[in-house]
Design a protein around this ligand. Structure first.
Ligand code: SF4
Ligand code: SF4
Length: 386
């Protein structure tokens, strides 16, 4: 099969990060040290080679960048300072842009003005809309549900959920097309999507491959990055479920006792989001781990938005608790102005999308492997029968 070559691919990939693809001389040190390298996936060197020769279609079809968790071991051993770990990070951003049919992911990853400008515009738009649609301002006590009627906010949440589902589903469809149509000479049996679904569930809920990447590093880097990431995911997922599906229960004017599940769940989600986003920002400021040596704007935006959402959430709760109506209402508007870009822009087009692209890549690959095995045994079956 002939490979279409794109001579501009190297320059294109460089727009997505700080790797030095052109300095790599293919010694293979990075592949030898990578904890995820197998005979089938000898990365990151094979990915770098594809970039060097301009094999754009092959790169688009690859899942390898999603199998890397940026431990940085390869970058430490590279004799040329090519930063293979950072190249893999750039490729994940680039792949996200390839899957996205709207072109927004590309704009966000390659233009600071687009990334910051769109966040600011959307945040302001949501704040103005919330102010315009808000109800009466009660000042003798806190009545958040009078100022921001929960049924209106809930409708807005459901519209938002529909928007997210549409863009995520269409981008995932394109990812699926790229990965599954490579090297398959027959259609993949539908049943494999069900029999291999456990891979998707397992890797979505646990991101367990990351543990392999963290081995031997706990002592050096303190609490495992995997655990921090998992806690943050649990807090984010919990908040999303409560806000989208149980807003009537979550946004109340009544202050429950400390041990009420509504407060405990809220405290848990806020605590892990604060911890996760705070440690991500601190790590990027200190730059003392491989993962944090290079920081793209998108690496800053997501934890900063998460931190802002968590802090404004704590403030709303505190103002409500201490009976400060005006402070509660306006902090709520600011809170919405951070929540909207974090969900609308980050989840389908930004860094957050890695959370579903990684397990999906493993899932699609598992289906593909099974399908190839079945095709191979179907080809050999008549010969055995003879
Ligand atoms: S270790 Fe560096 S020079 Fe060697 S193959 Fe990997 S990226 Fe290239
Ligand atoms: S950063 Fe770690 S996981 Fe990623 S390619 Fe390098 S050695 Fe492998």
């Amino acid at each position: 099969m002939s490979i279409r070559v794109d001579p501009d691919l190297l320059l294109e990939i460089k727009e997505y990060g700080d790797g030095e693809v052109e300095t790599c001389f293919n010694c293979g040190n990075c592949t030898a040290i990578c904890p995820f390298t197998t005979d089938d996936y000898p990365f990151p060197r094979n990915m770098i080679r594809l970039v060097q020769i301009g094999a754009k279609d092959k790169l688009k079809q690859s899942i390898d960048p999603w199998l890397c968790y940026y431990c940085g071991d390869c970058s430490q051993t590279c004799p040329r300072g090519a930063e293979p770990g950072e190249i893999m990070m750039s490729l994940r951003r680039w792949l996200t842009a390839q899957y996205d049919w709207t072109g927004l992911a590309k704009k966000f990853y390659t233009s600071k003005a687009w990334e910051i400008g769109s966040m600011v515009v959307l945040g302001l738009l949501v704040a103005f809309l919330a102010l315009f649609l808000s109800g009466p301002i009660v000042t003798d006590q806190v009545e958040l549900n009078t100022f921001a009627p929960v049924h209106i906010i809930h409708i807005a949440d459901l519209i938002l959920a529909g928007f997210l589902t549409f863009f995520i589903a269409t981008n995932v469809f394109r990812m699926h097309k790229n990965i599954m149509w490579d090297g398959m000479d027959k259609k993949v049996p539908l049943k494999l999507y069900f029999t291999e679904a456990w891979e998707l569930i397992l890797h979505t809920l646990t991101q367990k491959r990351w543990i392999q990447c963290d081995e031997d590093k706990e002592e050096k880097e303190g609490i495992s990055k995997w655990l921090t990431h998992l806690l943050m995911m649990s807090g984010y997922g919990l908040m999303l479920i409560m806000v989208v599906f149980f807003l009537n229960w979550f946004q109340t004017d009544e202050i429950y006792s400390f041990w009420h599940p509504q407060r405990l769940l809220g405290y848990y989600a806020t605590a892990v989001l604060l911890f996760g986003s705070g440690s991500a920002i601190w790590g990027r400021i200190k730059k003392n781990t491989q993962l944090h040596r290079f920081s793209h704007l998108s690496d800053w935006i997501f934890p900063i938005l998460l931190l802002a959402v968590s802090i404004t959430g704590i403030l709303i709760h505190s103002f409500r608790y201490f009976g400060l109506p005006i402070a509660t209402y306006y902090t709520y508007i600011i809170h919405l102005a951070f929540v909207a870009p974090m969900l609308v822009l980050e989840v389908p087009f930004g860094k957050w999308s890695h959370l579903y692209y990684r397990p999906l890549a493993i899932y699609f690959q598992a289906i593909k492997e099974k399908a190839k095995q079945e095709q191979a045994s179907a080809k050999t079956a008549p010969a055995s029968a003879d």
